[in-house]
Design a protein around this ligand. Sequence first.
Ligand SMILES: C[S@@+](CC[C@H](N)C(=O)[O-])C[C@H]1O[C@@H](n2cnc3c(N)ncnc32)[C@H](O)[C@@H]1O
Length: 320
Amino acid sequence: MVELVSDYRDFDFASLWQGREKVTDVERELLRLAFHPPGRQRILEIGTGFGRLTRTLTGLAAEVVCSDFDSHSLGRLDFPDPPGGPTMRVAANVFHLPFVDGAFTDASMVRVHHHLADPRAAMRELYRVLQGAGRLVVSYNPKPTIGTFVNDVRRATRRAGTTPFESTTFSPKGRIELRPDPFPIYVASRRRFAEDLEAAGFELEREMVSGLEEHCPVKYASTRAIVRLAEVFGRAPTFPTRWAIARCGKAPMPLPPGDQLLACPRCRAPLELPQDGAAPSCRTCGYVGRRTSGRVLDLRYLGEGAVRVGSRPPQAPALR
Ligand SMILES: C[S@@+](CC[C@H](N)C(=O)[O-])C[C@H]1O[C@@H](n2cnc3c(N)ncnc32)[C@H](O)[C@@H]1O
């Protein structure tokens, strides 16, 4: 399967969130619930973006590592460090994570799954870098839901001429690619999502739901009440977003110290961070990373034939 990476570099994601504070409040509360009890040891955040949820994670764990393909957003992050020391910011591709096996006790991936053409490959990477009893929290856009139905109606009525219309809501396919907006968007049936998770080694423990607060007067309810609904209706099929809480079922292993987390994203050999500020390089395969201003370690790697999809097609490189 082609490795597709959504490149947010030229995309003003933060401006999409103006006026949506209620949604962020609900999602912060869902994270607190998912990572209960607090006092986790080391959380990996995949797809940090502009740090909308990072402040919540730094309140739940001694150490947090922020990771995103967009190195520029990582460089601009501004939030208090957790008790265990400064938060590491690592620009990385979720399909080739630059961390050693079992580097994290927990991981969170919010609003990223819908960009992944091959979610199973990403889940396998997350499984690899998690500890034996590690917890993964991942949000995804399922089908069918009220959201896919509204989307279907919009698409059916706006369809030009003889363009064939394919319903997302009623399609028997396990996974559907929607029209890029501006990045590729995928929705998966709940069964397909669970299969992907389990194929990677995870055990799905529980699901919570959200998303109505974006679309209806529920936004005027208290955050606590909405989150209670998310718990109670965890099995209901209609909500636009689902939050899966999964456990990594592998044998326990020692947690590596904070200065031994890095691995080469290409060959996975342990990677040392030179003390003199030089760029980290892999002694085994020759891969060279970068250190950028704003405390970002750039350890991105794109697999053979990977396609990088930008938000502005004329300027964005189509291929790596
Ligand atoms: C919709 S944003 C969500 C950001 C943040 N989690 C939030 O909820 O505010 C998706 C994020 O996923 C990142 N992303 C997309 N594809 C990625 C990949 N292959 N590897 C790492 N990050 C990726 C993007 O750079 C972007 O920051």
